[in-house]
Every structure is written in structure tokens, then in C-alpha cells.
Design a protein around this ligand. Structure first.
Ligand code: FMN
Length: 327
């Protein structure tokens, strides 16, 4: 089967969740949340903070390679920062051409660049020159801002600029995160470029995965929100691809999530200030409740809690095991 990649998700999938999800297994690679580049040369600690994996061969503890994503609009500035980042030997350097956030778009970054394929070319070309050939240089794009009129030109421009592979989130900025994802556009893009194209958008189940592959024609698929809602999604997809049948009864999966939740909670307490820790836990539970009835019950139980100790007590009462805050 093709590759399965864990999507970059700022505010949702940080290195703690990447650790947990890649430990469950099934992923060939992951991408960090975006690092915004605007004007100055970022210190190396910025990359180490977003991607502590850099200190471990740019892999999660389970061994999954992690590429670092940059977001910006100025070719020279992006190239200088990419050269600096390259000294840390990340598993890849990825450029973001899809972020719809107003603060990012106001500065002409993220999805706004999709109006200007020539600028995409200039950016990719400048960064290509700054990144050594042994570090995969990739990009991720949406289909456009309001429509798909420039989607093919954008993909061609990025290829001409020297990226080695492209992820296509099959929606425009105007589409937001609303279904459907237009996987047929991934196929159209594949028709006009030679580089490998990864399909992304609206894959929540193994069934979605099969349809996404069939419609897009892409062997490689990137999983976003579905991977957070169902930590076993990549593994279930692999089971199917190997001819097996994933269990219909998800109670064993929930039992496997409990120690992962314990570990997540312990790591979150180390990573963020105590007053933010319950919020971080709720972010993941908000996704898990989509898939698991037990996740819904747990979410409802911790929903209003603000303190570490009370949250820990409720987690324990719901079967989450050892809750030691890691050193
Ligand atoms: C909360 C959130 C944060 C995201 N942050 C990023 C990001 O930092 N960089 C990026 O390229 N895409 C980002 N995305 C987009 C995802 O990588 C992915 O393209 C999108 O969610 C579509 O895939 P899905 O339908 O499987 O979720 C984000 C999406 C969400 C929901």
C-alpha cells in the first residue's frame, strides 16, 4: 500500500499527540504544525520547541519521521530560515500554502498565496536552493482561495520550483473544513505534474480511505482530524490493506486508549502551565467523543473542570490508569 501521513494540525496535534498517535502505529511520516516566518531569522530553539523530535533524529519516540512545516510569503526570508532549519537535519522541510487563518492571510501567507502561482514558484525555487538535496523539500496546498481556477497552475509552479512531493488538501480556502473534499481535483493535479501527490481531506474511516484512493488515484494519503478522532484509523486501514478485517466492536480499542490518555495527560502537564492542562486534554477528548461513546462520557465528566487534581480524579474514575506527571 502507499504511505499514510499524519497531517499538520496547529493547536490540535502537537508533539505530545504525535507521540501518542504514532505509537499506536500505521504512520509513515508526520508533519509539524506550521512555524510562521515573517521578517526575522528564527532562533533554532523555535524549531526545537515545535518539534522536540529534532533532538531524537527527527523521529517520534515510536520512530516515525517528522518534517517541519514553514509558513511565510517572502522567498528570501523563507529561504534564509529554511537554511537555518536545515542545520538541524529535520526529516523534511514542508511549506504551507493552505492555512485559512485570518492573522496569517492578512500578511499574504498560507492560502492567500494560491492567487499567485508565480510567487509560489519564486518561493519554492528560493527555498529549494537553501535546502540540501538530502532533506526532502515538500509543500502542502489547498485548491485555491475562492475557486479552483488556479489549482493546476499552483501545483505546476511548485513542481517547477523544485519540491519533491506535494500534499493536496482537496478544498479551497472558502470551503473551510466543510465536507466534501474534492478528491477528483487531486486526480486532475496528478495529471499535470510528475511528482508524487498525496491526497488529503475528509478521511475519517477505512471506507473513506478506499474511496479517496479510488477517486484521487493517489497511493499516498494524509490523515487529519480523522486521526485524532480515531487513533486507530491508520492501523485499521493497514489491517484492511493486508486482507484482514478491523474489529467492528471498538471496546478493545477504547481499552487501549486508556493508557495512551494517561500518558498524554502526564506529558501535557509537563508541557503547558497547570491552568492550561485540562484545556489541552479537552481538545483531544472533543475529537475522541466523535468516535467513542466512552470518550463522550469522559468528555462530559471533565468538561467543566479547571484543576489538575480534580481532572486526574475523574480520569481515574473512568479507568485511565497510572497518572504520573513525567519528568
Ligand atoms: C485544528 C487544525 C489545525 C491545522 N493546522 C494546520 C497546519 O499547521 N498546517 C497545515 O498545513 N495544515 C493544517 N491544517 C489542515 C490539515 O493538515 C488538513 O489539511 C485538513 O484538516 C484536512 O484534512 P482532514 O479533513 O483529514 O482533517 C489544520 C487543520 C485543523 C483542523
Amino acid at each position: 500500500m502507499g504511505k499514510l501521513l499524519l497531517a499538520p494540525m496547529e493547536g490540535l496535534a502537537d508533539h505530545v499527540l504525535r507521540d501518542v498517535l504514532t505509537r499506536v502505529g500505521g504512520y509513515d511520516g508526520a508533519v509539524t504544525e506550521f512555524v510562521r516566518v515573517s521578517g526575522s531569522l528564527l532562533p533554532l530553539r523555535t524549531y526545537r520547541r515545535i518539534s522536540p523530535e529534532i533532538g531524537h533524529g527527527s523521529r517520534t519516540p515510536a520512530g516515525t519521521p517528522v518534517a517541519v512545516q514553514l509558513l511565510g510569503s517572502d522567498p528570501v526570508c523563507l529561504a534564509e530560515n529554511a537554511a537555518q532549519l536545515a542545520t538541524l537535519a529535520p526529516a523534511g522541510i514542508d511549506l504551507n500554502f493552505g492555512c485559512p487563518a485570518p492573522t496569517v492571510n492578512r500578511h499574504g501567507g498560507g492560502a492567500m498565496l494560491l492567487a499567485d502561482p508565480e510567487q509560489l514558484f519564486r518561493i519554492a525555487q528560493a527555498v529549494r536552493r537553501a535546502v540540501p538535496a538530502d532533506i526532502p523539500f515538500t509543500a502542502k496546498m489547498r485548491l485555491g482561495i475562492d475557486d479552483t481556477a488556479k489549482a493546476l497552475d499552483c501545483a505546476r509552479a511548485l513542481e517547477a520550483g523544485g519540491i519533491v512531493s506535494l500534499v493536496v488538501h482537496a478544498r479551497t480556502k472558502a470551503d473551510g473544513y466543510r465536507p466534501p473534499a474534492h478528491w477528483e481535483w487531486v486526480a486532475r493535479i496528478r495529471d499535470v505534474v510528475r511528482l508524487p501527490v498525496t491526497a488529503n481531506g475528509e478521511v475519517w474511516t477505512p471506507d473513506d480511505y478506499a474511496r479517496c484512493r479510488a477517486v484521487s488515484g493517489s497511493a499516498d494519503v494524509m490523515l487529519g482530524r480523522g486521526s485524532v478522532a480515531d487513533p486507530f484509523l491508520a492501523r485499521r486501514i493497514r489491517t484492511l490493506a493486508a486482507g484482514g478485517t478491523p474489529a467492528a466492536d471498538r471496546s478493545a480499542d477504547w481499552a487501549e486508549i486508556l493508557p495512551l490518555l494517561a500518558d498524554y495527560w502526564a506529558q501535557v502537564q509537563v508541557k503547558v502551565e497547570a491552568r492550561h492542562a485540562p484545556g489541552r486534554l479537552k481538545v483531544w477528548l472533543t475529537s475522541l467523543r466523535r468516535t467513542f461513546a466512552e470518550g463522550e462520557a469522559l468528555f462530559m465528566a471533565v468538561r467543566t473542570l479547571r484543576g489538575i487534581d480534580e481532572t486526574t480524579r475523574v480520569l481515574t474514575a473512568h479507568g485511565v490508569p497510572v497518572l504520573r506527571a513525567a519528568a
